[in-house]
Design a protein around this ligand. Structure first.
Ligand SMILES: NC(=O)c1ccc[n+]([C@@H]2O[C@H](COP(=O)([O-])OP(=O)(O)OC[C@H]3O[C@@H](n4cnc5c(N)ncnc54)[C@H](O)[C@@H]3O)[C@@H](O)[C@H]2O)c1
Length: 251
């Protein structure tokens, strides 16, 4: 265990799976006390067990980032039972790939905007007081799609461009309070989010043709940059998005 996040209390949304789980485990490994929050309570509890089995201090919680009352209730619970949150990772997200002409496109648009774009706003608002009190750090999970698009994913592309905009706007607004706000832009990372697409299409092959490092990422590949952005190692970094994409955006 390292100690880069010793004394921090971190909330990770979407911590019940994939990238969120890897970040939660990575943060605990650096000494943070971690709140593993997810709409999937079972997944969040599994993550918390992984952390406590390794000797970390953690709680798991049910959270729907689309529901402001749920976000406020979690903030109250964490303040009461755990303490003042100093790191927030807005990671929860969904993807649905279909052309804009597809049946169901309206619902997909609404759901993706609500979870991926409004979700980070809802959770940030709920935890603003402790983040201000602790001069906290916010890490938003964007995507390569914060800069470019990939096939049949207009809503997701708009939402992830929005995550970059939100990151820049909040960095400017909250910097004077000592809060740093950054983002990570993962490329193709093997998680349950894209398992079906990877199995049923040539999506992975397409990505790899444009990935200099020649492999898909694993969830753990995101943990190091997320630790960096939450720790004092990045004390003078704010308002930026670090691509973690095997070089995808360079080609
Ligand atoms: N996997 C990739 O290739 C990739 C690439 C770029 C960006 N991302 C982003 O990384 C983040 C994590 O994705 P992942 O690949 O780990 O996916 P994942 O499906 O493995 O995990 C996402 C988690 O978010 C949770 N979640 C979904 N809706 C929620 C809600 N309303 N409230 C709370 N939790 C909710 C899910 O239950 C799940 O546990 C997402 O924001 C995604 O857009 C992923």
């Amino acid at each position: 265990m390292g100690g880069l996040l010793e004394g921090d209390i971190a909330v990770v949304t979407g911590a019940g799976s994939g990238i969120g789980r890897a970040i939660a485990v990575g943060y605990a490994g650096e000494g943070a006390r971690v709140v593993a929050a997810d709409i999937n309570e079972v997944g969040a509890a599994e993550t918390a067990s992984m952390i406590s089995d390794a000797g970390g201090e953690t709680i798991s919680a049910a959270l729907d980032v689309a529901d402001r009352a749920s976000c406020a209730a979690l903030a109250e619970q964490v303040a009461r039972d755990f303490g003042a949150v100093s790191v927030l990772v807005n990671n929860a997200g969904i993807v649905r790939r279909a052309p804009i002409s597809a049946q169901g496109a309206d619902q997909d648009w609404d759901d993706i905007m609500t979870v991926n774009a409004t979700g980070p706003y809802n959770v940030t608002k709920a935890f603003l007081n402790p983040l201000t009190q602790t001069k906290g750090r916010i890490v938003n999970i964007g995507s390569i799609q914060s800069h470019v698009h990939t096939g049949n994913a207009a809503a997701y592309t708009v939402a992830k461009h929005g995550v970059l905009g939100f990151t820049r706007a909040l960095a400017a607004e909250l910097g004077p309070d000592g809060i740093r706000v950054n983002a990570i832009g993962p490329g193709l990372i093997r998680t349950p989010l894209n398992a079906e697409n990877r199995a049923n299409t040539d999506m992975e092959a397409k990505f790899l043709r444009q990935t200099p490092l020649g492999r898909a990422g694993e969830a753990e590949d995101i943990a190091g940059p997320a630790i960096f952005l939450a720790s004092a190692m990045s004390a003078y970094v704010t308002g930026t998005l670090i691509p973690v994409d095997g070089g995808y955006l360079t080609l």
